[in-house]
Every structure is written in structure tokens, then in C-alpha cells.
Design a protein. Structure first.
Length: 544
């Protein structure tokens, strides 16, 4: 095997939207390969279409790459950095007789291109003289023609079996203001032209892209062959894009979700954008681990989103402090506990990390538990609280239900219990066994919080297979229950110190994150990142 002399990759996003989890795979691959082989990786924005691009997207992409843990150092570039050189490359093609100005409309160009089974036919403008083409192209640059009236096309082979080689458009007229160059240019290069030449100008060695560009590789090589004299030329290498169940991975469709108001922005925690995942509470370590586990292949496949969730649970399990939160509280009065008594309970912060230490909780006569942790007429093998039955309160005592108080509609207002003072956790009689253990919060220190519960935005597990279609049928599969907001939750008082972005495991509930935008000391807002149930881990155990 030939030894690789040097490795220089690039991550080349178009700033026309926010990055999603599929881009995270490309980021990890490009920057990861550079790190592995002691090479370099550039961040280069493919900003060749001013009608769809914005500085907002540029800044969000830079933030996402940094958040994932990668750095481009001083190698931040834009395709617009090379507009003058790309123009000169186009002039060079014209002078070689390898490019011409075409007056056909976009629809006519498609008709002339032919099909997979029929060759294309030459444009009536294909044989213009070099002098005429140079003059027309210069006038295009001067802005003498309206948008879309003329294009510059490469002159290759209209009978090629590869449709991309049938005289592709390499420049079009667009009277649009560019976010960096303003109104200096009114002609802009196409991606297939700008991309390989930008790679060459930056001395990229490995142009790593997704499989949909495999048929574009001959064109990539053709431009390099025609215009680059350097022997050390970039090579395009393709890999399968990430497809994820229950997830839309098309930037166009994600933009549609934002514009039509199905979500509250690009960083909505239901979105698969990196900013949405970050706000939801995902960690960069979990995403990098996920990208590493799925690997790199040529064959397209759909990855179960449960694997991404498994990676997240594994990362949070050792990091996230444990706390108690009651999402749907019902009042419990412990009849034989003194009214004026309040005692301190010691609780561990994380059993997976002894160094995390402990915290104190207050225990009093009145506490709150989850409403669905009580049932008046329970089925068999119901191990939570019910009349005449006992449960343990986490870190505290065993209690027994004596009776319930209801309103006129039959709704339970209070559950009256007694406690066994000899069963305090850690005490001499604490080893008396009961089958159920409940989380709780004391009325004396409970704090109100807003909890946002998220579910998959797309109901269809096979949405990934349909994602590359241009129709909007996916909108019919949006989950109407993808967000539930609970306003009257009660949490332990330690959460008053939580900062936006802090992550916790709510005992028996799942992993939660203080919302990056809406959380404050005066308004506690927590997003559920992921539940505790790990189906992927169970599947792996069954397979083994």
C-alpha cells in the first residue's frame, strides 16, 4: 500500500441553514481523519448561492463545529475568497475551447440534456467562437444581462452516459446581494465548478463527501485535469450519508418545518439540528461516540435512533447528578409525623461516581409524590402505593397508605399515610424490605418548575428512506404530541442553582437539561433529553 505523504481535509458546508446530525458525521469524519494522520482540516463555506445564504447560518455553523470539539485554527475559508480566481479559471476554459455561453433557458437545457437511455443534443450556442464567448462572459460579469438569461457551460460530451458530463452549467447570472461580497458580483459559480477548484487552491488531499456526489466525481476530476497543473491533486472519496429513523435529514425540509411553524426555530429541541440537540441537552461526547460507532461505509443504511440515545445515556449516566422531581404531584400527609418537625435526609448525587458526593434534602409531614404512583384499586403485581400497602420513600422511610381524601368529582386531593420511624435509610431497621420505592419532594422545600417532555417529531420510523424525495408528504407524519409542557411540577430546591445547560437525572423520570434560552432562577425550565429505558442496550444483550 502506498504510504500517505500528507492528509489535508476540509468540511465545506453551504451557509443556507443550520447543521444537523448528518453534518456531525461529516464533521467528525473530516476533522477526525486529519487528527488521526497528524494532518489539517479546513472549514470552508460554500457560499456560491447568495439567494439562500445568510451570516446567521455562518455563525451557527462555526459555533456547532467548535461545540463538537473541533478547531480549524487559522484555516477558515469561503468559496467567495476565490471568486476572482474562479472567474479566471472559467476564462481559461473558454480560451481552451472547453466552455461556452449558452442562451437556452433552464427548462430547455434540461430538455437538451437527454435521459439515462437517450443521449443529449448540442445547444445551438455550443459552437460560438472563443472571442464571442469571452466577450459575452465579460458582459455577464459587468451585469449587462438579466438574471437567468445566460449561463456559462463546460463543453464536454453531450452523449456521455453520465448526465453530469453533458455540458454542465458552471456559471449563472444572479443579481443578488452576497453576504460577504455585496454587489461586486452578479455571476456566481456552480458548486460542481467551485468545489474541486477551491479544494485545489487549498491543497486539499482528500475531498470526502457523501455518496450522492459519486456520479459527480468524473466532473470533479475533469475540472482538476483541465485547470490544475500541480501534480499533488485532490481526490474525491465518497461515503454513505447518515440516515436516522424518525428523523428528517433534508435541510430544505427542516427549513420548511421552521417556516411553517411546526417547530419554534432551528434550535427547537425536537429538531435534529446540532443547535437543537445542544438545546435539548445532548452532549458533544455522545454525538462523537455515536458517529464513531456507526462507522463509515459506501452502502446506504438506516441507523436506529435508539443507538444515538444509547450513546447519550452512557455519557450522562456517569456525569448527571441525581435529583428528585415530581411531574404530576399529589399531596401526601404523614399522619404520625410531627407537624412541627423537619429533618435532614442525606442523598447521594451519583451512584456511578462516588466522587460526586452527597446533598441534603428536607423531610416533613407533608410531601408530594407522582399521581400515577398511587392507585386505589391496583392490579396484581402493582408495587407502588395503594390502600393498606407499603412503599419506601427514596433515602427516607417506609410509609403505609391509610385512606384518601377526594373532592366532589372524585379527584384525589390528599393521600393519608403513616410512617415507620425505624425504617429510615441507613438506620438499624432500614433493611425491612418492601417491593416499591418512590421518589418524592417535601412541601417545605419544593420549588415549582416547568417541564417540557419531547417525543419524536416524525412518527414514521422509515422517514429516512423517504427523506430524499422532494415532495412534502412527510408533513402528514408529524407527531402532534411531540411536545408536552407541564406547568405545575415540583422539584427539590437544589435545582434553583441550576444554570442553563446543566444536566440531571430526575430519578425514575429520565435525563433532563435546564433550557438554554428560557431557564432562569425565577423560572425553572427543564427539557427531557431522553428517558431511562434503553432498548438498544437490551437488544444488544439479547443478541449476545
Amino acid at each position: 500500500m502506498e504510504k500517505v505523504k500528507r492528509v489535508h481535509t476540509r468540511f465545506p458546508p453551504e451557509p443556507n441553514g443550520y447543521l444537523h446530525i448528518g453534518h456531525a458525521k461529516s464533521i467528525c469524519l473530516n476533522f477526525g481523519i486529519a487528527q488521526e494522520f497528524n494532518g489539517l482540516c479546513n472549514l470552508r463555506f460554500d457560499d456560491t448561492n447568495p439567494s439562500k445564504e445568510d451570516v446567521e447560518y455562518v455563525e451557527s455553523i462555526k459555533e456547532d463545529v467548535k461545540w463538537l470539539g473541533f478547531s480549524w485554527d487559522d484555516r477558515l475559508y469561503y468559496a467567495s475568497d476565490y471568486f476572482e480566481q474562479l472567474y479566471e479559471f472559467a476564462v481559461k476554459l473558454i480560451k481552451k475551447g472547453k466552455a461556452y455561453v449558452c442562451d437556452l433557458s433552464a427548462e430547455e437545457i434540461r430538455e437538451y440534456r437527454g435521459t439515462l437511455t437517450q443521449p443529449g443534443k448540442d445547444s445551438p450556442y455550443r459552437n460560438r467562437s472563443i472571442e464571442e464567448n469571452l466577450e459575452l462572459f465579460e458582459n455577464m460579469r459587468k451585469g449587462l444581462y438579466p438574471s437567468g438569461s445566460r449561463v456559462l457551460r463546460a463543453k464536454i460530451d453531450m452523449s456521455s452516459p453520465n448526465l453530469n458530463m453533458r455540458d454542465p452549467v458552471i456559471y449563472r447570472i444572479m443579481h443578488e446581494t452576497h453576504h460577504r461580497t455585496g454587489d461586486k458580483w452578479c455571476i456566481y459559480p456552480m458548486y460542481d465548478f467551485a468545489h474541486p477548484l477551491s479544494d485545489a487552491l487549498e491543497r486539499i488531499t482528500h475531498s470526502i463527501c457523501t455518496m450522492e456526489f459519486e456520479d459527480h466525481r468524473p466532473l470533479y476530476d475533469w475540472f482538476i485535469e483541465q485547470l490544475i497543473d500541480d501534480e499533488d491533486k485532490p481526490k474525491q472519496i465518497e461515503f454513505a450519508r447518515l440516515e436516522l429513523t424518525n428523523t428528517v435529514m433534508s435541510k430544505r425540509k427542516l427549513r420548511l418545518l421552521v417556516e411553517k411553524g411546526f417547530v419554534q426555530g432551528w434550535d427547537d429541541p425536537r429538531m435534529p439540528t446540532i443547535s437543537g440537540l445542544r438545546r435539548r441537552g445532548f452532549t458533544p461526547e455522545a454525538i462523537r461516540d455515536f458517529c464513531n460507532r456507526i462507522g463509515v461505509a459506501k452502502a446506504n443504511s438506516v441507523v436506529d435512533i435508539a443507538l444515538l440515545e444509547h450513546c447519550l445515556r452512557e455519557d450522562l449516566n456517569s456525569k448527571a447528578p441525581r435529583v428528585m422531581a415530581v411531574l404530576d404531584p399529589v399531596k401526601v400527609v404523614i399522619l404520625n409525623y410531627p407537624e412541627d418537625k423537619e429533618e435532614i435526609i442525606i442523598a447521594e448525587n451519583n451512584p456511578e461516581n462516588p466522587a460526586a458526593g452527597t446533598r441534603t434534602l428536607k423531610f416533613s409531614r407533608v410531601i408530594y409524590i407522582e399521581r400515577d404512583d398511587f392507585m386505589e384499586n391496583p392490579p396484581s403485581k402493582y408495587f407502588r402505593l395503594s390502600p393498606g400497602k407499603e412503599v419506601r420513600l427514596k433515602y427516607a422511610y417506609i410509609i403505609k397508605c391509610e385512606n384518601v381524601i377526594k373532592d366532589t368529582n372524585g379527584e384525589i386531593l390528599e393521600i393519608h399515610c403513616t410512617y415507620d420511624p425505624e425504617t429510615k435509610s441507613g438506620g438499624s431497621a432500614a433493611n425491612r424490605k418492601v417491593k416499591g420505592t418512590l421518589h418524592w419532594v417535601s412541601a417545605s422545600e419544593a420549588v415549582k418548575a416547568e417541564i417540557r417532555l419531547y417525543d419524536y417529531l416524525i412518527n414514521s420510523e422509515q422517514q429516512a428512506d423517504e427523506d430524499q424525495t422532494e415532495n412534502d408528504e412527510f408533513l402528514t407524519k408529524i407527531n402532534p404530541n411531540s411536545l408536552s409542557i407541564l406547568k405545575n411540577c415540583l422539584v427539590e430546591s437544589s435545582l434553583c442553582k441550576a444554570l442553563p445547560g446543566d444536566k440531571f437525572q430526575f430519578l425514575r423520570q429520565g435525563y433532563f437539561c435546564a433550557d438554554l434560552k428560557d431557564h432562569s432562577p425565577d423560572h425553572l425550565v427543564f427539557n427531557r433529553i431522553v428517558g431511562l429505558r434503553d432498548s438498544w442496550s437490551k437488544i444488544n444483550k439479547q443478541q449476545k
